[in-house]
Every structure is written in C-alpha cells, then in structure tokens.
Design a protein around this ligand. Structure first.
Ligand code: DC
Length: 236
C-alpha cells in the first residue's frame, strides 16, 4: 500500500452508478480511470465481429489473449480502441449488452483480462499518482490489496429506474420492464463468477439508493479522504 500511488477499487452491480461516479471521482482526484467492464465488452464485440462462437470457451479465451485492445484511461474522455478503431459506441449496443455475460462468465477469459487489468492499474497508479478502477471483482480478485476498496450499491428499484432513464429516457413501467434483462438477469449471471452484491471483509459499502449523482460522488470521495488520513495522518 502506498499513499503516493493510490489504488481505488470500486465494484458494484449494474445501475449502481459505479461507472459515472468512478469517473467523476477520478477526475476530481486527478487520477487515471479504468473501466474493466469495457474490456469484457470489447472481447464480446470482437467475437461477434469475427463470428467466434461465444459458447466455445477456449476460442473466446484465445480471442481475449489476442485482442489488440487499447484502453483510454483519461476520466474526462475514456475510450476503447481495438486495432486502432474506436469502439465506444459499438460496445454499448443492446446486442453486446445481451451477450457480454457469456464472456464475463467464461472462466478461461477472466484470468486473461484480470492480468491485463492488474498491469494497467499498476501503470496508471505510477503515471497519474493514483487510479480508480471499477468493475465486479476489483476489490476481491484483481486488486484485493488496493488502498481504498468500495462496494457501490443501490436497491434494485433505484438501479432499474436509473438504467431505464439512461436507456429509454423514462422510468415508466414499460421502460422498467424492458430494462429488467440488463439489470436483474445480467447481475444474476455475473454473480455466478464474482460476488459483488455483498461487501467482502475490509470493503466499505456505499449505498446510493437515496443519493443523487453529486451525493454519490461525494460519498466515495469521503471514503477516500478518510482512508488517506489513516494511511498518512500528517498529510490529511
Ligand atoms: O459494467 P458493465 O456492464 O460494462 O460490464 C460488462 C460485463 O462485464 C457485465 O456482464 C459484468 C462483467 N464484468 C465482470 O464480470 N467483471 C468486471 N471486473 C467488470 C465487468
């Protein structure tokens, strides 16, 4: 652990606000940002592009190893490139969202991406003085020794409401129903390989059900500040 290179790990389920809150926290702190979910999405997109059968575990793991992936880690303009092509919009399509759990639950893929994530976290922490890495298994598997470990959560109703507004511009009941697959089914599938519904020992739970965006960012920054004080009492 180091106060010079602060590693902040944030996990949480879909719709917890994890991605936007992590980005904003990284911006405020002047740190790098790593969206690990985007890496699973990039593998899914690449396999769809190349016609790789997502049920062929070894073929998808090979694709993950060979993927010419570059992660943009500036929290003000995070981007994902594969073979020089920017694929930010491509990896957020409904098609990719529907199938990405197949990649994320592939136990031959996970160690490949987890290793890349560890390397990126190390590089960013050194380059920017700190990094905020977000995902499902960062606090437990990728960086269990991170200086700050947070599980960002919210009630299923709050998460459905938020994601529904994001995807459909409304939280009317039809839109909520259409969003259920992206929240409830996906989290159920993803929970079979990582535990991101309950905080592991040493992980601070931040429940954003009753917080707005600014309040959620502030709650995360408060945990970071408290932890920094513990690590270096004289520096505050
Ligand atoms: O956060 P997201 O929706 O972009 O994540 C995409 C998929 O990757 C989702 O199925 C969860 C999974 N994921 C994971 O298994 N481990 C991570 N560290 C990050 C995401």
């Amino acid at each position: 652990m180091s106060t010079e290179h602060l590693v902040i790990a944030i996990d949480g389920p879909s719709g917890s606000g994890k991605s936007s809150v992590s980005k904003a926290a990284a911006r405020t702190l002047g740190f790098g940002f790593l969206d690990t979910g985007a890496m699973y999405r990039a593998v899914a997109w690449w396999c769809l592009q190349r016609g790789t059968d997502l049920d062929d575990l070894a073929a998808v793991a090979r694709a993950a190893r060979e993927l010419p992936l570059e992660m943009g880690t500036d929290p003000s303009a995070p981007a994902v490139w594969v073979a020089g092509r920017e694929i930010d919009a491509d990896i957020r399509t409904t098609r990719v969202s529907e199938v990405v759990s197949k990649v994320a639950t592939n136990t031959q893929v996970r160690p490949v991406l987890q290793q890349r994530q560890r390397e990126l976290i190390r590089e960013l922490a050194e380059r920017d003085g700190g990094v905020v890495a977000e995902g499902r298994d960062i606090t437990t598997v990728v960086a269990p020794d991170a200086d700050v470990r947070i599980l960002l959560t919210a009630s299923v109703e709050a998460r459905l409401r938020r994601r529904s507004k994001e995807l459909h511009g409304t939280a009317a009941s039809a839109a909520i129903d259409a969003t259920r697959d992206q929240i409830v089914r996906r989290d159920r599938d993803d929970s079979t390989v990582s535990d991101f519904m309950e905080a592991a020992a040493g992980v601070t739970l931040v429940d954003t059900s009753d917080l707005d965006f600014e309040g959620s960012v502030q709650a995360v920054l408060d945990v970071v500040r408290a932890r920094r004080q513990q690590l270096a009492p004289s520096q505050g």
